[in-house]
Design a protein around this ligand. Structure first.
Ligand SMILES: Nc1ncnc2c1ncn2[C@@H]1O[C@H](COP(=O)(O)OP(=O)(O)O)[C@@H](O)[C@H]1O
Ligand SMILES: [Mg+2]
Length: 293
């Protein structure tokens, strides 16, 4: 079965050569001998001193410097109103920063929001086909490609259903298939599972992780849910509030299942994940208290 094409960062557009040849950040794994460390992937999104204010309002984001590598899964957490969506919109090119620079691949990003924003009169398949059409995929190929994409999100059986016939989780799966149909190297997700019940959310976490591994996309995932961030991200970045700055970041150790290929372990329930989630939550609370004071 053909998967959506994966765009290597080095061919991602005009900005890519400068990013790829820039000096690399030091490895986080200081204990590993240099010879054994695999070469880090090139940067695909780079923010340098990014600031944002709306009109003459207060500074919403200040001095945000961030380097995201091709294929990385990064989660951005922070209190409500701290500027997470603003930051994601800047990376998506939906808005412009007031200060600093943002480098993204010329091929752009696909964005997914809390609301699936599907066309209510189109079937799941037609919603995905619409994205393929906008991308210039020939008519004769669209239906097959849409089926393949719906298959990736475990929704092939619902291809002919309209959004109102689908559950909230299914609608977000269609939205994910539609985002994949855009075939952009970067996938930006703004609290996409926040409106779902916990069991559905757990299922979608598993699916998203599988899709990420299968497609090699770079994912930037915004959430106010720390457990969700630790469950999904390889790196969790905490934003402070007013103005939004990077307060801290954590690297999440890979799950046992992805290290040795053994039985799947639900990362949400491992002691390491709980410990890290507790630590990040404490920091987040400190940020919220500091702001309320
Ligand atoms: N278009 C806008 N115009 C004016 N203020 C905005 C706009 N969008 C966001 N803000 C303000 O910027 C701050 C950050 O908002 P947002 O990025 O939506 O936060 P988050 O996604 O972290 O909850 C808030 O104070 C919000 O009111
Ligand atoms: Mg938001």
């Amino acid at each position: 079965m053909s998967r959506p094409d994966i765009e290597p960062a080095t061919t991602a557009g005009a900005a890519a050569p400068a990013v790829a040849s820039a000096p690399l950040l030091p490895s986080f794994d200081l204990a590993a001998p240099p010879a054994a460390a695999p070469a880090p992937a090139p940067s695909i999104v780079r923010l340098d001193g990014v600031g944002k204010r709306f009109g003459d309002g207060p500074l919403v984001l200040d001095g945000v410097t961030l380097d995201i590598r091709a294929g990385e899964f990064v989660c951005l957490v922070g209190a409500s109103g701290c500027g997470k969506s603003t930051l994601l919109n800047l990376v998506a090119g939906l808005d412009r920063q007031s200060a600093g620079t943002i480098e993204t691949p010329a091929a752009g990003s696909a964005v997914m929001f809390q609301e699936s924003a599907l066309m209510p009169w189109l079937t799941a398949s037609h919603n995905v086909e619409l994205a393929l059409r906008l991308r210039g995929v020939p008519r004769g190929e669209r239906r097959t490609r849409a089926r393949e994409l719906l298959d990736i999100v475990n929704l092939a059986d619902a291809a002919d259903k309209r959004p109102h016939e689908l559950s909230g989780g299914m609608r977000q799966r269609v939205a994910l298939a539609r985002a994949l149909a855009q075939d952009r190297p970067v996938l930006l997700m703004d609290e996409p599972f926040a409106a779902l019940d916990a069991i559905t959310r757990d299922l979608l976490h598993e699916e998203l992780e599988r899709v990420w591994r299968a497609t090699g996309r770079t994912i930037v995932f915004v959430t106010h849910n720390v457990r969700e961030a630790v469950r999904l991200g390889q790196r969790v970045i905490l934003l402070s509030s007013r103005p939004g700055r990077i307060a801290r970041e954590w690297r999440v150790a890979p799950a046992a299942s992805s290290v040795n290929g053994g039985a799947r372990e639900r990362r949400t329930e491992t002691p390491e994940v709980s410990k890290l989630a507790a630590e990040i939550t404490e920091q987040l609370r400190k940020e919220i208290r500091r702001n309320a004071a």
